[in-house]
Write a protein that binds this ligand. Sequence first.
Ligand SMILES: NC(=O)c1ccc[n+]([C@@H]2O[C@H](COP(=O)([O-])OP(=O)(O)OC[C@H]3O[C@@H](n4cnc5c(N)ncnc54)[C@H](OP(=O)(O)O)[C@@H]3O)[C@@H](O)[C@H]2O)c1
Length: 299
Amino acid sequence: MHALPAQKVLVIGRTGQVAQALAQAGAGRVVNAGRPELDLLEPASVARAIDHHAPDVVINAAGFTKVDQAEAEPVEAESLNVDGPRALATACRSAGIPFIHMSTDCVFDGTLARPYRPDDLTRPLSVYGHSKLRGELAVAEALDRHLIVRVSWVFSQYAANFVRTMLALAQTRERVTVVSDQIGFPTYAPALADGLLAMADAICSERFSHWGTYHLAGSGETDRASLARAIFDISRKHGGSFAQVEGILTADYPTPACRPLNARLDMSLTQDVFGISLPHWEDGLAETVPLLVKKLAVI
Ligand SMILES: NC(=O)c1ccc[n+]([C@@H]2O[C@H](COP(=O)([O-])OP(=O)(O)OC[C@H]3O[C@@H](n4cnc5c(N)ncnc54)[C@H](OP(=O)(O)O)[C@@H]3O)[C@@H](O)[C@H]2O)c1
Protein backbone atom coordinates (compact mmCIF):
# COMPACT_ATOMS: atom_id res chain seq x y z
CA MET A 1 0.00 0.00 0.00
CA HIS A 2 1.51 3.34 -1.11
CA ALA A 3 0.45 6.49 0.72
CA LEU A 4 1.54 10.10 1.00
CA PRO A 5 3.54 10.73 4.19
CA ALA A 6 1.54 12.03 7.16
CA GLN A 7 2.73 15.60 7.68
CA LYS A 8 2.67 15.54 11.47
CA VAL A 9 2.87 12.42 13.61
CA LEU A 10 2.42 12.85 17.35
CA VAL A 11 4.29 10.13 19.26
CA ILE A 12 3.34 9.61 22.89
CA GLY A 13 6.52 8.95 24.90
CA ARG A 14 9.91 10.68 24.82
CA THR A 15 12.66 8.60 26.41
CA GLY A 16 11.19 5.16 25.72
CA GLN A 17 12.88 2.75 23.31
CA VAL A 18 10.26 2.90 20.54
CA ALA A 19 9.57 6.61 21.15
CA GLN A 20 13.25 7.43 20.52
CA ALA A 21 13.41 5.20 17.46
CA LEU A 22 10.29 6.92 16.05
CA ALA A 23 11.80 10.36 16.70
CA GLN A 24 14.91 9.34 14.77
CA ALA A 25 13.08 7.58 11.90
CA GLY A 26 10.56 10.39 11.49
CA ALA A 27 12.82 13.39 12.10
CA GLY A 28 11.13 16.49 10.71
CA ARG A 29 7.58 15.19 10.96
CA VAL A 30 7.47 13.35 14.30
CA VAL A 31 6.77 15.33 17.46
CA ASN A 32 7.19 13.52 20.77
CA ALA A 33 4.93 14.37 23.71
CA GLY A 34 5.48 13.10 27.23
CA ARG A 35 5.47 14.04 30.86
CA PRO A 36 4.87 16.63 32.21
CA GLU A 37 3.14 18.11 29.14
CA LEU A 38 1.22 14.90 28.46
CA ASP A 39 0.72 12.53 31.38
CA LEU A 40 -1.30 9.42 30.57
CA LEU A 41 -2.52 9.44 34.16
CA GLU A 42 -4.15 12.85 33.56
CA PRO A 43 -6.80 12.62 30.80
CA ALA A 44 -7.12 16.42 30.59
CA SER A 45 -3.41 16.71 29.66
CA VAL A 46 -3.95 14.13 26.89
CA ALA A 47 -6.76 16.08 25.22
CA ARG A 48 -4.86 19.35 25.70
CA ALA A 49 -1.69 18.02 24.01
CA ILE A 50 -3.58 16.64 20.99
CA ASP A 51 -5.43 19.92 20.64
CA HIS A 52 -2.17 21.87 20.94
CA HIS A 53 -0.13 19.80 18.45
CA ALA A 54 -3.00 19.21 15.98
CA PRO A 55 -1.35 16.11 14.43
CA ASP A 56 -2.56 14.08 11.43
CA VAL A 57 -2.16 10.85 13.39
CA VAL A 58 -1.11 9.72 16.89
CA ILE A 59 1.14 6.75 17.79
CA ASN A 60 1.12 5.67 21.42
CA ALA A 61 4.55 4.30 22.41
CA ALA A 62 4.03 4.98 26.14
CA GLY A 63 2.73 2.76 28.88
CA PHE A 64 3.53 0.67 31.94
CA THR A 65 6.13 -1.63 30.38
CA LYS A 66 7.86 -3.25 33.37
CA VAL A 67 6.41 -6.74 33.07
CA ASP A 68 7.54 -8.10 36.46
CA GLN A 69 6.84 -4.87 38.36
CA ALA A 70 3.25 -4.87 37.09
CA GLU A 71 2.54 -7.94 39.27
CA ALA A 72 3.06 -5.77 42.36
CA GLU A 73 1.51 -2.62 40.88
CA PRO A 74 -1.67 -3.74 39.09
CA VAL A 75 -3.54 -0.50 39.70
CA GLU A 76 -0.75 1.60 38.16
CA ALA A 77 -0.47 -0.82 35.22
CA GLU A 78 -4.23 -0.60 34.63
CA SER A 79 -4.20 3.22 34.75
CA LEU A 80 -1.35 3.54 32.28
CA ASN A 81 -2.22 0.67 29.94
CA VAL A 82 -6.02 0.96 29.92
CA ASP A 83 -7.22 4.39 31.06
CA GLY A 84 -4.36 6.21 29.27
CA PRO A 85 -4.97 4.63 25.84
CA ARG A 86 -8.73 5.11 26.29
CA ALA A 87 -8.14 8.84 26.90
CA LEU A 88 -5.89 9.00 23.82
CA ALA A 89 -8.42 7.20 21.61
CA THR A 90 -11.23 9.44 22.87
CA ALA A 91 -9.18 12.58 22.19
CA CYS A 92 -8.34 11.29 18.68
CA ARG A 93 -12.03 10.66 18.01
CA SER A 94 -12.84 14.25 19.07
CA ALA A 95 -10.04 15.56 16.83
CA GLY A 96 -11.17 13.36 13.91
CA ILE A 97 -7.75 11.69 13.51
CA PRO A 98 -6.63 8.04 13.44
CA PHE A 99 -4.69 6.40 16.25
CA ILE A 100 -2.05 3.64 16.44
CA HIS A 101 -1.74 1.93 19.81
CA MET A 102 1.11 -0.44 20.59
CA SER A 103 0.46 -3.74 22.31
CA THR A 104 2.31 -6.97 23.01
CA ASP A 105 2.72 -10.72 22.51
CA CYS A 106 1.94 -11.00 26.25
CA VAL A 107 -1.78 -10.98 25.39
CA PHE A 108 -1.22 -14.63 24.35
CA ASP A 109 -0.42 -17.64 26.55
CA GLY A 110 2.32 -18.89 24.20
CA THR A 111 1.01 -22.46 23.92
CA LEU A 112 0.34 -22.46 20.15
CA ALA A 113 2.84 -24.43 18.05
CA ARG A 114 3.00 -21.72 15.37
CA PRO A 115 3.43 -17.91 15.31
CA TYR A 116 0.39 -16.05 16.62
CA ARG A 117 -2.00 -14.39 14.17
CA PRO A 118 -3.82 -11.22 15.20
CA ASP A 119 -7.16 -13.03 15.56
CA ASP A 120 -5.84 -15.95 17.61
CA LEU A 121 -7.37 -16.51 21.03
CA THR A 122 -5.92 -14.16 23.65
CA ARG A 123 -5.16 -15.46 27.14
CA PRO A 124 -2.67 -13.31 29.07
CA LEU A 125 -0.53 -14.97 31.75
CA SER A 126 0.43 -11.80 33.62
CA VAL A 127 -0.96 -8.57 35.08
CA TYR A 128 0.93 -6.71 32.34
CA GLY A 129 -0.63 -8.88 29.61
CA HIS A 130 -4.13 -8.46 31.07
CA SER A 131 -3.71 -4.69 31.26
CA LYS A 132 -2.46 -4.51 27.65
CA LEU A 133 -5.39 -6.63 26.45
CA ARG A 134 -7.89 -4.43 28.30
CA GLY A 135 -6.12 -1.42 26.75
CA GLU A 136 -6.66 -2.90 23.27
CA LEU A 137 -10.37 -3.33 24.00
CA ALA A 138 -10.67 0.19 25.45
CA VAL A 139 -9.11 1.70 22.30
CA ALA A 140 -11.33 -0.35 19.97
CA GLU A 141 -14.41 0.68 21.96
CA ALA A 142 -13.54 4.39 21.92
CA LEU A 143 -12.48 4.82 18.28
CA ASP A 144 -13.23 3.03 14.99
CA ARG A 145 -10.25 4.53 13.12
CA HIS A 146 -7.55 2.72 15.12
CA LEU A 147 -4.80 0.17 14.67
CA ILE A 148 -3.60 -2.02 17.52
CA VAL A 149 -0.03 -3.01 16.68
CA ARG A 150 1.38 -5.85 18.76
CA VAL A 151 5.16 -6.08 18.97
CA SER A 152 7.63 -8.22 20.92
CA TRP A 153 11.28 -8.68 21.84
CA VAL A 154 12.22 -5.11 20.80
CA PHE A 155 15.90 -4.14 20.97
CA SER A 156 18.08 -1.20 19.93
CA GLN A 157 20.72 1.20 21.20
CA TYR A 158 17.93 3.12 22.99
CA ALA A 159 16.62 2.78 26.57
CA ALA A 160 16.42 -0.50 28.50
CA ASN A 161 16.22 -3.76 26.53
CA PHE A 162 17.54 -7.34 26.49
CA VAL A 163 20.72 -6.51 24.52
CA ARG A 164 21.73 -3.72 26.87
CA THR A 165 20.95 -5.88 29.91
CA MET A 166 23.13 -8.74 28.62
CA LEU A 167 26.09 -6.47 27.81
CA ALA A 168 25.83 -4.77 31.21
CA LEU A 169 25.64 -8.13 33.05
CA ALA A 170 28.73 -9.39 31.24
CA GLN A 171 30.71 -6.45 32.60
CA THR A 172 30.60 -8.07 36.04
CA ARG A 173 30.03 -11.79 35.34
CA GLU A 174 31.85 -14.50 33.42
CA ARG A 175 28.71 -16.63 33.06
CA VAL A 176 25.06 -15.70 32.68
CA THR A 177 22.05 -17.99 32.81
CA VAL A 178 19.41 -17.29 30.18
CA VAL A 179 16.20 -19.15 29.38
CA SER A 180 16.48 -21.32 26.28
CA ASP A 181 12.83 -22.35 25.88
CA GLN A 182 11.31 -18.92 25.16
CA ILE A 183 11.22 -18.35 21.41
CA GLY A 184 10.45 -15.19 19.47
CA PHE A 185 11.19 -12.94 16.52
CA PRO A 186 13.53 -10.24 17.90
CA THR A 187 12.60 -6.86 16.47
CA TYR A 188 15.01 -3.98 15.79
CA ALA A 189 13.39 -0.77 17.04
CA PRO A 190 14.55 1.46 14.12
CA ALA A 191 13.01 -1.03 11.63
CA LEU A 192 9.89 -1.24 13.80
CA ALA A 193 9.69 2.58 13.75
CA ASP A 194 9.89 2.60 9.93
CA GLY A 195 7.06 0.06 9.86
CA LEU A 196 4.91 2.07 12.29
CA LEU A 197 5.42 5.25 10.25
CA ALA A 198 4.49 3.45 7.02
CA MET A 199 1.31 2.26 8.75
CA ALA A 200 0.65 5.81 9.98
CA ASP A 201 1.00 7.10 6.39
CA ALA A 202 -1.38 4.43 5.10
CA ILE A 203 -4.14 5.11 7.64
CA CYS A 204 -4.09 8.86 6.94
CA SER A 205 -5.40 8.10 3.46
CA GLU A 206 -9.14 8.75 3.03
CA ARG A 207 -9.40 5.39 1.27
CA PHE A 208 -8.00 3.30 4.15
CA SER A 209 -10.57 0.93 5.65
CA HIS A 210 -8.66 -2.02 7.16
CA TRP A 211 -8.88 -0.89 10.77
CA GLY A 212 -8.04 -3.40 13.51
CA THR A 213 -5.24 -5.47 14.99
CA TYR A 214 -1.86 -6.23 13.39
CA HIS A 215 1.47 -7.78 14.30
CA LEU A 216 4.84 -6.16 13.60
CA ALA A 217 7.91 -8.32 14.22
CA GLY A 218 11.38 -8.93 12.85
CA SER A 219 12.28 -11.85 10.58
CA GLY A 220 14.06 -14.91 11.93
CA GLU A 221 13.31 -17.01 14.96
CA THR A 222 15.53 -17.60 17.95
CA ASP A 223 15.45 -18.35 21.67
CA ARG A 224 16.67 -16.05 24.43
CA ALA A 225 19.85 -18.01 25.21
CA SER A 226 20.89 -18.15 21.53
CA LEU A 227 20.17 -14.43 21.22
CA ALA A 228 22.44 -13.78 24.21
CA ARG A 229 25.23 -15.86 22.62
CA ALA A 230 24.88 -13.87 19.37
CA ILE A 231 25.11 -10.61 21.36
CA PHE A 232 28.33 -11.68 23.11
CA ASP A 233 29.91 -12.95 19.87
CA ILE A 234 29.48 -9.52 18.28
CA SER A 235 30.47 -7.70 21.46
CA ARG A 236 33.74 -9.64 21.77
CA LYS A 237 34.65 -8.76 18.17
CA HIS A 238 34.19 -5.07 19.05
CA GLY A 239 36.18 -5.20 22.28
CA GLY A 240 33.08 -5.29 24.46
CA SER A 241 32.01 -7.47 27.35
CA PHE A 242 31.67 -11.25 26.95
CA ALA A 243 30.09 -13.98 29.08
CA GLN A 244 29.47 -17.69 28.67
CA VAL A 245 25.74 -18.37 28.35
CA GLU A 246 24.19 -21.24 30.27
CA GLY A 247 20.75 -22.11 28.91
CA ILE A 248 18.08 -22.97 31.48
CA LEU A 249 14.38 -23.73 31.36
CA THR A 250 11.82 -21.07 32.23
CA ALA A 251 10.37 -23.48 34.79
CA ASP A 252 13.72 -23.43 36.62
CA TYR A 253 13.98 -19.62 36.54
CA PRO A 254 10.89 -18.24 38.31
CA THR A 255 10.09 -14.55 37.74
CA PRO A 256 7.19 -12.57 39.24
CA ALA A 257 5.38 -12.49 35.87
CA CYS A 258 4.83 -15.47 33.55
CA ARG A 259 5.85 -14.89 29.95
CA PRO A 260 4.62 -16.79 26.88
CA LEU A 261 7.11 -19.48 25.80
CA ASN A 262 6.09 -18.85 22.20
CA ALA A 263 6.24 -15.09 21.59
CA ARG A 264 6.35 -15.37 17.78
CA LEU A 265 3.99 -12.94 16.02
CA ASP A 266 2.77 -13.82 12.53
CA MET A 267 3.30 -10.91 10.12
CA SER A 268 1.19 -12.22 7.18
CA LEU A 269 -1.73 -9.83 7.64
CA THR A 270 0.60 -6.82 7.98
CA GLN A 271 2.38 -7.89 4.80
CA ASP A 272 -0.89 -8.40 2.92
CA VAL A 273 -2.54 -5.12 3.96
CA PHE A 274 0.44 -2.75 4.27
CA GLY A 275 3.16 -4.51 2.25
CA ILE A 276 5.49 -4.25 5.27
CA SER A 277 8.08 -6.79 6.37
CA LEU A 278 10.90 -6.18 8.82
CA PRO A 279 14.55 -7.27 8.41
CA HIS A 280 16.22 -10.25 10.10
CA TRP A 281 17.12 -9.62 13.73
CA GLU A 282 20.78 -10.42 13.01
CA ASP A 283 21.04 -7.29 10.82
CA GLY A 284 19.73 -5.08 13.63
CA LEU A 285 21.93 -6.80 16.20
CA ALA A 286 25.04 -6.17 14.08
CA GLU A 287 24.23 -2.43 14.25
CA THR A 288 23.10 -2.32 17.88
CA VAL A 289 25.85 -4.17 19.73
CA PRO A 290 28.81 -2.01 18.58
CA LEU A 291 26.84 1.14 19.46
CA LEU A 292 26.01 -0.20 22.92
CA VAL A 293 29.58 -1.41 23.48
CA LYS A 294 30.71 2.19 22.94
CA LYS A 295 27.95 3.66 25.12
CA LEU A 296 28.56 1.22 27.98
CA ALA A 297 32.31 1.83 27.84
CA VAL A 298 31.86 5.53 28.67
CA ILE A 299 29.39 5.03 31.53
N1 LIG B 1 10.15 -3.40 24.45
C1 LIG B 1 9.54 -4.52 24.10
O1 LIG B 1 10.18 -5.57 23.91
C2 LIG B 1 8.05 -4.54 23.92
C3 LIG B 1 7.45 -5.78 23.74
C4 LIG B 1 6.09 -5.82 23.56
C5 LIG B 1 5.35 -4.66 23.55
N2 LIG B 1 5.94 -3.46 23.76
C6 LIG B 1 5.08 -2.28 23.77
O2 LIG B 1 5.65 -1.26 22.96
C7 LIG B 1 5.37 0.03 23.52
C8 LIG B 1 6.67 0.81 23.67
O3 LIG B 1 7.52 0.06 24.50
P1 LIG B 1 9.00 0.54 24.87
O4 LIG B 1 9.81 -0.68 25.05
O5 LIG B 1 9.44 1.60 23.93
O6 LIG B 1 8.73 1.19 26.31
P2 LIG B 1 9.74 1.92 27.32
O7 LIG B 1 11.09 2.02 26.72
O8 LIG B 1 9.59 1.27 28.64
O9 LIG B 1 9.12 3.39 27.41
C9 LIG B 1 7.92 3.62 28.05
C10 LIG B 1 7.46 5.02 27.71
O10 LIG B 1 6.24 5.27 28.43
C11 LIG B 1 6.29 6.59 28.93
N3 LIG B 1 5.43 6.78 30.09
C12 LIG B 1 5.45 6.09 31.25
N4 LIG B 1 4.53 6.62 32.10
C13 LIG B 1 3.93 7.64 31.45
C14 LIG B 1 2.91 8.58 31.77
N5 LIG B 1 2.29 8.57 32.98
N6 LIG B 1 2.54 9.48 30.86
C15 LIG B 1 3.14 9.54 29.65
N7 LIG B 1 4.12 8.68 29.28
C16 LIG B 1 4.51 7.75 30.17
C17 LIG B 1 7.74 6.80 29.29
O11 LIG B 1 7.89 8.16 29.36
P3 LIG B 1 9.20 8.93 29.91
O12 LIG B 1 9.94 9.20 28.65
O13 LIG B 1 8.64 10.15 30.55
O14 LIG B 1 9.88 8.00 30.88
C18 LIG B 1 8.45 6.11 28.11
O15 LIG B 1 8.61 7.02 27.04
C19 LIG B 1 4.60 -0.24 24.83
O16 LIG B 1 3.23 -0.17 24.55
C20 LIG B 1 4.96 -1.67 25.16
O17 LIG B 1 3.94 -2.29 25.90
C21 LIG B 1 7.29 -3.38 23.94
